[in-house]
Ligand binder design. Structure first.
Ligand code: ADP
Length: 158
């Protein structure tokens, strides 16, 4: 059984995240979507809201499980008996931070690998922060997030 963790803040989950999660589900037996509880980032959605939205939009994926986590990612990965972390790479700008994190995680947990999937070109510009920004000003985001997320965003900015 090959288990991997797809970690993130998911504030909120976008079609870019979903593309990476779907592809991970095709490659591995079980994909644990780890929603980071506490973060250096100030989030728009609470941990319960972020988990609920991720659950709602991944319910068609039978081998995906959504779990919140706190503390070190590698500790969560070990607890879940996963062999790797799957991250998405959008552009060269993601590379430096992701490289640093993966080397640090390797130092903390030798047995945990990090696997990178390249973003689909149509989502290469997409981030949760740009979605929040556009939604806050009433812009159309319907091609970029699932309908449940669009609804939740408009409710926040009503
Ligand atoms: P974090 O705060 O840990 O970066 P995010 O929720 O912003 O959490 O992102 C989680 C993961 O999803 C990261 O690996 C990120 O690179 C990836 N990701 C985010 N947006 C996209 C996208 N549009 N295409 C591909 N991967 C993405």
């Amino acid at each position: 059984m090959r288990i991997v963790v797809c970690p993130g803040t998911f504030d909120p989950i976008t079609n870019g995240h979903l593309d990476i999660i779907r592809r991970a589900c095709n490659l591995f037996d079980r994909v644990i979507i780890g929603v980071a509880r506490d973060n250096y980032k100030q989030t728009l959605f609470s941990i319960d809201e972020r988990v609920a939205l991720v659950k709602e939009v991944t319910q068609d994926l039978p081998n995906a499980i959504v779990k919140p986590f706190s503390g070190l990612l590698v500790d969560f990965v070990r607890r879940e008996k996963a062999c790797a972390v799957v991250r998405g790479l959008r552009a060269v700008s993601d590379f430096e931070y992701e490289f640093q994190m993966s080397v640090m995680n390797k130092k903390l947990a030798e047995e945990v690998e990090t696997i990178f999937l390249m973003t689909a070109t149509e989502y290469s510009f997409l981030s949760s922060s740009i979605i929040r920004q556009v939604a806050s000003m009433g812009g159309c985001i319907s091609d970029l997030v699932p309908p449940a997320v669009e609804k939740a965003l408009y409710a926040k900015y009503k």
